[in-house]
Design a protein around this ligand. Structure first.
Ligand code: ARG
Length: 429
């Protein structure tokens, strides 16, 4: 291995990205099996060439175009496209639930975001949708990453989530009336919600998130109750479409889920109590379900120590198992399923723990990997850029030692991470 390849193989937080970009050009990844998520099969005996941040060749060693290639030998490993997560909160810490959350300033949340962005990338997640952050801190994180100042995944940020007065998206509070704080995303009525969509767009949001039911972790909200009327939901979706933005809804209860799908959202987060009729409508409309079926284990085992209130624990006990059963029904019905974990509620960097749950509840390992790669890329509207190891797409590539199709938990410890042709981690050689 050349000096530069070794340099690129280290964890390089302190080395400027300009240096990294220079060394990563003209790299050949050789010796690994490749998971082809487009055709759903493993390819053996081929190499991947990367130049200028993109995949330029996938094929036999003999067919490799001439050039000054830096070789990275990944013999015995399995290559797959960078993973993605459709639901994270990079600015949230898993040990700061309940009342503790009230002590966190926006700058402090942004500092957590810096650390969490790096953990996420090192875990093999090269793209995330950040669904709600205070003060547009997610958009600033994205900019700091693209400026090369800090290390992290590609971020599609929602900015401030939109929710009703007293609703799950930030406005529910434990503070008394005389100490109310105005939260960024609160809006009531069709014109107020349209204004919030416009404001999010103005400050850099690339996806709109609103809350269509109460939540587990918010005080005094019911997970069953719909938040926003159908009319308001339609206004959000319509305004977002005018501005070329995708829309996702937080929804646990059946009525909120059904109304949001009718209103035309691109995806439903949680979808915990989705009915068969709503699953059928989602199939018909191509709506994605982003079901965070791992996080319940964390909330119920670690949540109390992390500050989750008894009120929230009781809600989680009522919904965790149902959500998994409905996930299985959704898999059986062939609905579009995303990979969304809600990391931030549980520790960042452990996003991949959800894969094993998805396999336990009805997916094949290949389907679970496809959800997190080409599935999410399609949901994000980025299928031309990311999601598979394909000539012309970004060189977002990861590797693990074993075969994740035989043991999906291999994805919980990713050994090699490349994003945009730059190697951020290589523990394989
Ligand atoms: N942020 C979500 C909420 O408060 C977390 C839900 C987690 N539970 C679950 N079963 N997915 O509603």
């Amino acid at each position: 291995m050349t000096f530069f390849a070794k340099l690129a193989a280290m964890t390089l937080v302190s080395v400027s990205s300009a240096v990294l970009a220079a060394v990563a050009q003209g790299t050949v990844l050789a010796g690994a099996d490749i998971i082809d998520v487009v055709d759903g099969k493993t390819i053996r005996g081929q190499v991947v060439a990367v130049d200028d941040g993109k995949v330029t060749y996938v094929g036999s060693e003999r067919g490799l175009p001439n050039g000054e290639w830096t070789r990275i030998d990944l013999a015995g490993a399995t290559l797959l496209p960078g993973l993605s997560d459709s639901h994270v909160h990079l600015t949230s810490r898993a040990d700061m639930h309940g009342l503790r959350r009230l002590t966190v300033s926006t700058p402090r949340a942004a500092i957590s975001g810096v650390a969490n962005a790096e953990k996420t990338l090192m875990a093999g997640f090269t793209t995330v949708r950040n669904l709600g952050a205070p003060g547009f801190a997610d958009i600033d994180l994205k900019r700091a990453i693209s400026d090369g100042e800090i290390v992290g995944p590609r971020i599609i940020g929602a900015g401030q989530s939109i929710g009703i007065t007293g609703g799950h998206c930030g406005d529910a509070t434990r503070l008394p009336y005389e100490q109310q704080r105005e939260t960024g995303g609160r809006a009531d009525g069709p014109w107020e919600v349209r204004q919030k969509v416009r404001e999010n767009k103005k400050y850099g949001a690339e996806v709109i998130k609103f809350c269509g039911t109460g939540g587990v972790l918010s005080p005094n909200t019911s997970i069953n109750a719909q938040q926003f009327s159908l009319e308001e939901m339609k206004a959000i979706v319509d305004e977002a479409k005018l501005l070329d933005l995708k829309v996702t809804v937080h929804a646990h209860g059946p009525r909120g889920i059904q109304s949001a799908i009718e209103a035309g959202v691109d995806s439903v987060e949680h979808a915990s109590m989705i009915t068969d009729a709503s699953i059928a409508l989602a199939v018909e409309k191509g709506t994605y379900l982003s079901m965070d079926i791992y996080v319940s284990d964390y909330i119920l085992s670690e949540g109390a120590a992390a500050g989750v209130t008894e009120e929230s624990l009781a809600k989680e006990r009522s919904v965790g198992r149902i959500q998994r059963e409905r996930f299985q029904a959704a898999v059986d019905a062939g609905v579009n399923l995303a990979f969304g974990s809600d990391a931030g509620v549980y520790p960042h960097g452990q996003n991949a723990r959800q894969f094993a749950k998805m396999v336990e509840w009805g997916m094949s390992p290949m389907q679970a990997i496809q959800a997190s790669t080409i599935g999410n890329a399609d949901l994000f509207g980025r299928a031309d850029e990311i999601g598979s190891i394909t000539v012309g797409k970004a060189a977002d590539i990861i590797a693990v030692k074993g075969d994740p199709l035989a043991n999906i938990r291999e994805l919980e410890s990713v050994d090699f991470v490349m994003k945009g042709g730059v190697v951020y981690k290589n523990e394989l050689n």
